[in-house]
Design a protein around this ligand. Structure first.
Ligand code: TXA
Ligand code: MG
Length: 358
């Protein structure tokens, strides 16, 4: 089928008290089965009425996303959980009480009302109540849950501003609601509660430590990381093994070790790349700037090394900004595994195809 590009409008909406006329305009589009991009506290989402099949299909078409990748359904009130699931375990109620509205997605057994298109054929459904006032107002105005993945092209970095959405989806979505940069900057934590053993499928805005306070036995996410030392090793790795997702347009190399070790190996890599005539981008913390500032590299600093909230909030904008600078490789420091660090590491590892340099 031919898909003609449409006009895309960016409409500003006040974060704290969303203008009712703007919310109504967006809700009316959703009622008609259209898609709308809107802000959440994690990243921007690409929304559709969760109960309209045509609207769900439009999400996949706009993103270029395969039907095998299930969507998160966003609600504005816990009572809506009953529409979407067949049973709500005690843990789900406690977690909802503690972390909703907020960046936690729960995987629960799906009710027959939920289309298999939304769940990619699975018998479980992903549900989250966002805490962004615009997202909540939109769900309430629609009077129906909103299915929404991140509002990026498939395989690209999630958007944290309306400009990021526009860069990926202009011509594919009629309206992008704009309330400024996303507060958290990485996606929600996805927690599977559909079996006896609660497990984190994707680390995100709610930390492992915070979940453990309520669920002492929660399984941490599987992180498939493999140390990688030389370019030959990289070349030998079968492409099928690489875990590519959140992929920036330039390859990303993630460096581990102490600050001193990281600086040494990153500087050596800069030399190697310059010898090949490549443009190098560096994603680092404020404290690293003096090490790299006279090295003829594009630098993006995401904030102080120990301020993980700031780092998470600037991470995706940093990757996009280096891409736009036209660099041929991005060298990136790591930010540890504590708190939000785990989600940051997960996104960087995926962008690095699962390999880390030590
Ligand atoms: O913060 C977020 O979660 C953002 C905002 C817009 O809410 N949404 C988001 O959606 O990141 P998306 O589609 O980009 O990522 C959703 C993740 C995917 O990795 C998907 O595989 C997983 O949730 N997921 C959805 N339904 C699932 C299910 N039934 N079982 C297991 N994983 C599921
Ligand atoms: Mg996504």
């Amino acid at each position: 089928m031919e898909h003609k590009d449409i006009r895309t409008d960016i409409i500003k909406v006040d974060r704290a008290s969303p203008e009712p006329t703007v919310i109504e305009l967006a809700a009316e589009l959703l009622r008609r089965g259209e898609i709308v991009a809107f802000p959440t506290e994690t990243v921007y989402g690409l929304g559709a009425d969760a109960f309209q099949i045509i609207a769900l299909e439009r999400i996949f078409a706009a993103k270029g996303r395969p039907f095998s990748d299930p969507l998160i359904i966003h609600i504005a009130d816990v009572s809506e959980l009953e529409l979407l699931t067949t049973s709500i375990p005690m843990e789900a109620k406690q977690l909802a009480q503690k972390f909703w509205p907020g960046p936690l997605t729960l995987i629960l057994p799906k009710s027959p009302r939920v289309s298999h298109l939304a769940t990619a054929g699975l018998e479980t459904v992903a549900v989250r109540m966002p805490r962004h006032p615009v997202a909540l107002a939109l769900i309430k105005a629609l009077r129906s849950p909103i299915a929404a993945p991140s509002a990026n092209r498939f395989m690209h970095i999630s958007p944290t501003t309306s400009q990021h959405v526009y860069a990926d989806l202009a011509g594919k979505v009629p309206v992008i609601l704009d309330s400024g940069p996303s507060e958290i900057g990485v996606e929600s934590t996805v927690l599977d509660l559909s079996s006896d053993e609660p497990k984190i499928l994707r680390p995100g805005g709610i930390s492992l430590e915070a979940l453990r306070a309520l669920l002492p036995d929660v399984k941490p996410p599987l992180q498939r990381e493999h140390a990688e030392i030389t370019d030959e090793d990289l070349a030998k790795k079968a492409p099928g093994q690489l875990i590519i997702h959140y992929a920036p347009k330039a390859p990303l190399l993630l460096f581990d070790g102490t600050n001193e070790e990281m600086h040494t190996s990153m500087l050596a890599e800069v030399e190697r790349r310059h010898a090949k005539g490549e443009l190098v981008g560096i994603l680092i913390a404020e404290e690293d700037i003096p090490v790299f500032q006279d090295r003829q590299v594009s630098i993006y600093s995401v904030g102080r090394e120990d301020d993980l909230m700031l780092v998470a909030a600037h991470l995706f904008a940093g990757l996009r900004s280096l891409e736009e600078a036209g660099v041929q490789v991005i060298l990136c420091r790591n930010f540890g595994k504590q708190g939000l660090g785990l989600a940051i590491r997960d996104r960087l590892l995926k962008a690095a195809g699962g390999t880390i340099r030590r």
